[in-house]
Structure formats: C-alpha cells, structure tokens
Design a protein around this ligand. Structure first.
Ligand code: NAD
Length: 280
C-alpha cells in the first residue's frame, strides 16, 4: 500500500498575509491612559490598584468585577480623590454578560481605548497533583481565567480598533515556569500569554498593542496573606533577587506604562514583574 503523503507544514512558516488588513487607524501617539480603560477584576488586588492608577493619570476606569460591592468600593476610592470611574457587575465567564457590559461601558463612558484583564481565580481543588484534578475543576479555572479574558478582549476590540488601543493581560509567572501546583491555573495563564501574542500580531496594523504582564507573588486577597507571613518573607529573601514579594501597586505601575504612550513601540511582549524570581 502506498504510504499516505505527509501534509506539508510549510504554510506555518509563511509570513502572515496582511494584504487585506487596513492601515493603522490609531494615532501613533495614542495613550490609553487618557481615555476609557476597562479593568476586569477591578474590585480587588491588582485590578483595583490598576483602576486607581488609571484614574490618577487622568483616565476613566470602567471597573468590572463579579463582586459588585467591591467594584463600587473601588469607584468610591477613585472618586474620593477626584478621579473618574464607573462600576460594572459582571461575571467574565458569562459571554452574554460581558457583551452587554462592554457595550454599556462604551455608551456611558465613551470609546474604550484600553483593556486590562485582571479578573482571575485560584481554585482550591485545582491546587493539587494534576491526576487528582477533575476535568470539571480544570475547565472551571479555564472558563474564568482564559475564556473570560478572551470574551472581554473580543467584545472590546472593535472599539480599540476605532482609534487605537492598548491591551494588557495579566497572566502569571506560572505561564513561564513550572510552579508545581494548579494545572488549570497554569494552563489558563499559558493560554493568556499565547493569546496576547496572537492579538499583537493580528491587530498591530489596526493600531492596537497587546502585552502580557506576569506577576510573581503579590500580596492580595487572592493569596490570602500567604506572601505576608514571616516564613514567606524569609523565602523571598533567598529566592527573589529583590528579596521580597510585591504589592499590587507595583504591578499596576508596569501596567500603566504598557497602557501609555511611553510604550508605543512595544507589543506582543511578556513582561515578568516578579523581582527577578524567574531568572534566579
Ligand atoms: P484578587 O482576588 O485580589 O482579585 C481578583 C478579582 O477578580 C476579584 O475582585 C474577583 O472578584 C474578580 N473575579 C474573579 N472571578 C471573576 C469573574 N468570573 N468575573 C469577574 N470578576 C472576577 O486577585 P489578584 O491577586 O489581584 O489577581 C489579579 C490577577 O493577577 C489574577 O488573574 C491572578 O491570577 C493574577 N496573579 C496574581 C498573583 C498574586 O500573587 N496575587 C500572581 C500572579 C498572577
């Protein structure tokens, strides 16, 4: 029997055909920090610190979180210092809700020029040896961390393309090194990182940049104080070149840079913000 001819994979090396892609609509000096920025997970931790930073720099933060009370608390904190923001209760794992909320934020606040996807979960049953994690638990984490990120970005992209935009996804150092726990979490964050690169390639010629921030240990409600204990601080002194774990504002500062015009020639990159932990 004649052998089955092997399918050529050469097309995978071919340069991307961009002949039908419009030239950039975006103003090259566009700064997302001056317009409306959607911040998912804006009710807590890194998302809240980012929303506060956006507002401090003159932008309008659309604070999206499934926890409505926390989203409103972020908005109150922003308004207290004279900034502009609005709260939107939304489960990013629910595409219909995401579609509606992104449209509403645009109607109420104006064109979206920036998106930061910080909504994410750790899920107890996922934090054990992989063969003990059920497929349901694995998929549950992917639905929030990866599918939720995808949904928000997809619904926001038409607006980003209208006049230029900047996407900053929040993955984790779990995307770039084996942490030893959380198969769903790790897979979801690896997916977010790869998706960000794809978007950078697909939408660069539409004036949209996309970069991925990978935090290391950050002291937030998600990590429930584990990075604040004396043992953890001692561990950080030996394992993290900068000798400590991060505060959420230190991640938000890098996100702000990536959203801003200072990063206008930076796209498709993964930026670990981990005190050097991944290179030690
Ligand atoms: P956090 O728990 O303080 O904040 C996460 C926010 O996301 C919460 O307000 C939560 O309500 C919201 N959220 C969760 N699921 C949602 C959903 N389905 N729809 C809408 N909102 C939802 O956590 P954090 O530490 O600030 O984490 C922010 C991001 O940073 C996450 O994606 C996390 O994976 C990532 N990260 C955190 C650390 C860390 O050490 N804290 C390290 C690496 C990456």
């Amino acid at each position: 029997m004649a052998p089955t001819p092997r399918r050529s994979l050469r097309h995978l090396d071919a340069p991307l055909d961009t002949s039908n892609v419009r030239p950039p609509d975006g103003d090259p000096s566009f700064s997302a920090m001056e317009g409306v920025v959607l911040v998912t997970g804006g009710g807590s931790g890194i998302g809240r610190a980012t929303a506060l930073r956006v507002a401090r720099d003159g932008g309008i933060a659309a604070v999206i979180d499934r926890d409505a009370d926390n989203a409103h608390a972020t908005v109150a904190a922003i308004e207290e210092v004279g900034g502009r923001a609005a709260a939107y209760a939304c489960d990013v794992a629910d595409d219909a809700q995401v579609k509606e909320i992104v449209a509403r934020a645009q109607r109420e606040l104006g064109r979206v020029g920036g998106v930061v996807t910080a909504a994410g979960i750790f899920h107890g049953p996922d934090l054990q040896l992989a063969h003990k994690v059920t497929v349901d638990d694995f998929v549950h984490v992917l639905r929030v961390n990866l599918v939720g990120t995808f949904a928000v970005l997809c619904h926001a992209l038409p607006s980003l393309m209208e006049g230029g935009g900047s996407i900053v996804t929040i993955a984790s150092t779990a995307a770039i090194r084996g942490h030893g726990y959380g198969s769903g979490y790790t897979a979801s964050k690896g997916g977010v990182e790869a998706l960000t690169r794809l978007l950078a390639v697909q939408y660069g010629s539409h004036g949209v940049r996309a970069n991925c921030v990978c935090p290391g240990g950050v002291d937030t409600p998600m990590t429930a104080g584990v990075f604040a204990t004396p043992e953890a601080q001692e561990r950080a002194r030996t394992r993290v070149p900068l000798g400590r774990y991060a505060q959420p504002e230190e991640i938000a500062d890098v996100v702000a840079f990536l959203l801003s015009d200072d990063a206008r020639y930076l796209t498709g990159q993964t930026v670990p913000v981990e005190g050097g932990a991944t290179i030690a």
